[in-house]
Each structure stands twice: as structure tokens, then as C-alpha cells.
Design a protein around this ligand. Structure first.
Ligand code: PMP
Length: 429
């Protein structure tokens, strides 16, 4: 049995004087780091700092060994058949840009990339770059519940669809998408299938072979690891055939004035000195997550979201609306809400769970700064998903997102404070 109440003790940030009362509900933006991760990074700097895949001396060989062992550990964590299929990059954003750049070279005018309206900007904008070549980006809609509209997906996948790129979990709605099913349809259609795993890998057991995707991208900083380290998993054959993304040191086999040849995968995609300490820190994060257990983490967050929805009903805060599925099995630990509605743009976009809200609103930025007065940290804004906000008919939402160090006490605190804020703003009416 995991002692969820005790987990905070592993995270130095919660032990500092400044943050003793902190209720951190913004892990979908970035997670806090356990001591073991901080120690792993410090240990590298203090004892092994040197470049990798370059030096023929023992310090550098040890660093290379640590870097490659981290790759193996992370490979195992997501069920990749081989560590050669794990490319270290900066983050999910860089991974998706790499794919748009390299796969986009083989697309031509009239070809289509099928994504969804619930994507993060990093799975929209890189594909929009291809529009100047005449490639079209097509958006699968969502249902009233905030799930991916599979009927719409079936309608929109056609022989022109060369790439399907879908988020595993929505960072705004918390929706868990049926990526396996989508992958099968993509492959039956002859399309390449990419999964944005930024919000899934930290929170549930992921196996890229089970999902059957060609590529899978995620970021270390959202899964207890350091910032500036991210991963692109890709099927070896596909990585092998792809053109490199960035050029420079380490990604080449030979360079002459006549041209260059490329290193093997994955180094072909790791130009320049990589984030060595980041990969080591991420490996320590994977060890930590494995110790807690990914199934346990998913169950814990399912419990927190279920409890959140229960508190929402119990507190019955005037004009509070929340977004996304209400079935905790279809939703990750992400709770986006508004107190009152920023006027919807049109009638079609009224997808709020509680229907159309008329009356006073509290802007999400005011919600967030009022919560901050009592050390409750949530994010507010468009959450880098502007098309989804538009689809929902809102300009912004507040978002509470959970992780291993959160407990039901944090949810209680959130709702106590939301009730207080509602009263304060009612007063000013
Ligand atoms: N996709 C999703 C679903 C995300 O939530 C995020 C981060 N908010 C990203 C992609 C981008 O991640 P990063 O900023 O680490 O590149």
C-alpha cells in the first residue's frame, strides 16, 4: 500500500519554509522533483561531469555509460523493444517539430494530417507549418462530453490522410483517448500514427507496443524529471529512413566538403552535446515512479478526480462549470473549470457540463490569483490549447491537475477556497 500522505516528504520543495502550506495543483504544467532526482543530477555534476560519446578517457566513458543506461531504463519504462528507438530531445514540442519537419519532407500538396481539436499547440503548430506546401491539417471534433468524436474521426480519415497525430490525454479536459483503436484505424488506412504522450506517461502505465504507434513523444519535466529533457520513441525502421532534423556534432558518420553521412539511430537525431544530466535525472524519475507503481498512480489520480467531482456536487458553487468527461475511467487527474462563463462565441460551442450559465463570472486569472492568496497553485489561461477553448466557447479556464504528492486534503482545500472566492465576488456585485 502506497502511503500517499507521506509522499510529499520525498519532495524537498514541500519541506522548505516558503512552501510549507503550498497546495500544488499544477502538475500538468510541470511536476515537482523528488530528492532522488535532484541527487542524481547533482551526483553527475559533482562526480562524473564530462561529455558523452566523445572522450576516450574513463570519466567520459562513465558518463557515456550513465547516459546510455538512462536510455535503456526509459526504453523499458514505455515498453519500447529497444533503446535504439529512444531519441533524447528537449521536450514533447521538439519531438513533434522533428516529426513535422522530417515526415513533412515526404508529403506533397493535397496530403492531409489528421489531428484533433483537443491538441496542445505543440501538436498543431508544427503541422500548420506544412500548410505552405499545400498540406492540409484536419481537426477531429469532440463530443458534448469532451471525448474525441470517433464518428467524426472515421469520416475524416481518408486515403489523403498520411499522418494521424493525436494526444493520449488532453491537458485541458483530462480525456483519455482510445489511442490503440485510433492507431489501428490509422494503420488500416496506411497512415503514420503519432501519439503525444506528454500527459499520459507521467500518470499511467504506457506500452508503446501495445498502443501500436509509430512515434510517441513525452517530456521529462512533467514526470518528476528535470526540464530540458524529452523523448521521442520511434520505430527503428522509420527512424532509420528519416532525414535528420538538426545537423552538427555526433549526428554524423563522416563530413567532407562534398557532403556528410549520418550516424546510426538514435544518435542521428541527437546533434550537439545532449542534456546528459537531464537524461540521468529522468532515469532517476523513472525509478521513483516504478517504486510507487504506475497502476497505483493511475488509481490514486482516478480517486482524486472522482472525489473532485463529488466535491463539485456537494459544494454546488454558484455558476461553477467544469469541462471534460465525468467518468473517472475516461479522465485523467485534470480538472478544468470556470466560475461563471466568459460568454460563449456561438450556441454550438456550449459544451459545459452544467449547461449555459447566465450571471456573474469570475475571470480565471482572478480565480487563480485569489487561490494563490492562500497558497493554492492552479493554472489559468488557455493552456496552450486555443482551438479547444474556442470550441468550448471560452477564452480561458482555471485548471487543477494532480500527481503523486496530492491527496484528498488538497481537493478539500481547493473547494473551500473556491467557495470563499465565490462569496467575495458575490459581495462585489
Ligand atoms: N502536449 C501536451 C498534451 C501537453 O500537455 C504539453 C505541455 N503542456 C505538451 C504537449 C508540450 O510539452 P512541452 O512544453 O514539455 O514540450
Amino acid at each position: 500500500m502506497v502511503q500517499w500522505e507521506r509522499i510529499k516528504q520525498d519532495f524537498p520543495i514541500f519541506l522548505s519554509e516558503r512552501n510549507r502550506n503550498l497546495t500544488y495543483l499544477d502538475s500538468a504544467a510541470t511536476s515537482q522533483k523528488p530528492k532522488s532526482v535532484i541527487d542524481a543530477v547533482t551526483d553527475f555534476y559533482q562526480n562524473y561531469c564530462s561529455n558523452v560519446h566523445r572522450g576516450i578517457y574513463s570519466l567520459s566513458e562513465t558518463a557515456t555509460d550513465m547516459y546510455e543506461k538512462s536510455r535503456e531504463n526509459i526504453s523499458g519504462f514505455i515498453g519500447s523493444p529497444s533503446s535504439d528507438e529512444i531519441v533524447f530531445l528537449r521536450n514533447t514540442t521538439e519531438a513533434l517539430n522533428l516529426l513535422s519537419y522530417t515526415l513533412g519532407r515526404n508529403l506533397s500538396a493535397g496530403d492531409e494530417v489528421l489531428i484533433s481539436i483537443m491538441e496542445h499547440h505543440s501538436n498543431i503548430v508544427p503541422w500548420q507549418f506544412l500548410e505552405e506546401k499545400g498540406i492540409k491539417v484536419i481537426y477531429t471534433d469532440i463530443t458534448k462530453e469532451g471525448k474525441l468524436d470517433m464518428e467524426d474521426f472515421r469520416r475524416k480519415i481518408t486515403p489523403r490522410t498520411k499522418i494521424v497525430s493525436i494526444t493520449h490525454v488532453s491537458n485541458l479536459l483530462g480525456t483519455i483517448n482510445p489511442v490503440r483503436e485510433i492507431g489501428k484505424m490509422a494503420h488500416d488506412n496506411g497512415s503514420i500514427f503519432i501519439v503525444d504522450g506528454a500527459q499520459s506517461v507521467p500518470h499511467m502505465k504506457v506500452n508503446v507496443q501495445d498502443i501500436g504507434c509509430d512515434f510517441f513523444a513525452f517530456s521529462g519535466h512533467k514526470m518528476l524529471g528535470p526540464s530540458g529533457i524529452g523523448v521521442l520513441y520511434g520505430k527503428r525502421e522509420m527512424l532509420h529512413q528519416m532525414h535528420p532534423f538538426l545537423g552538427g556534432g555526433e549526428m554524423i558518420r563522416t563530413v567532407s566538403t562534398f557532403g556528410s553521412t549520418w550516424n546510426d539511430v538514435p544518435l542521428k537525431f541527437e546533434a550537439g552535446t545532449p542534456n546528459i544530466e537531464g537524461s540521468i535525472g529522468l532515469s532517476a524519475a523513472v525509478d521513483y515512479l516504478n517504486r510507487v507503481g504506475m497502476d497505483e498512480i493511475r488509481d490514486h489520480e482516478r480517486d482524486l478526480i472522482q472525489y473532485t467531482l463529488k466535491m463539485e456536487d456537494e459544494y454546488d458553487i454558484e455558476n461553477l462549470v467544469s469541462y471534460g468527461p465525468r467518468d473517472p475511467n475516461a479522465k485523467d487527474g485534470v480538472y478544468s473549470f470556470n466560475i461563471g462563463e466568459i460568454p460563449p462565441m456561438d450556441m454550438d460551442s456550449q459544451l459545459m457540463n452544467n449547461g449555459l450559465i447566465i450571471g456573474s463570472s469570475v475571470h480565471p486569472h482572478d480565480v487563480s490569483s485569489s487561490l494563490d492568496e492562500t497558497d493554492v497553485a492552479v493554472r489559468s489561461g488557455h493552456h496552450c490549447a486555443m482551438p479547444l477553448n474556442h470550441r468550448l466557447g471560452v477564452v480561458a479556464t482555471s485548471r487543477a491537475s494532480y500527481y503523486v504528492y496530492n491527496t484528498r486534503n488538497d481537493v478539500d482545500r481547493l473547494f473551500e477556497q473556491l467557495e470563499r472566492i465565490r462569496k467575495v465576488y458575490n459581495h462585489g456585485r
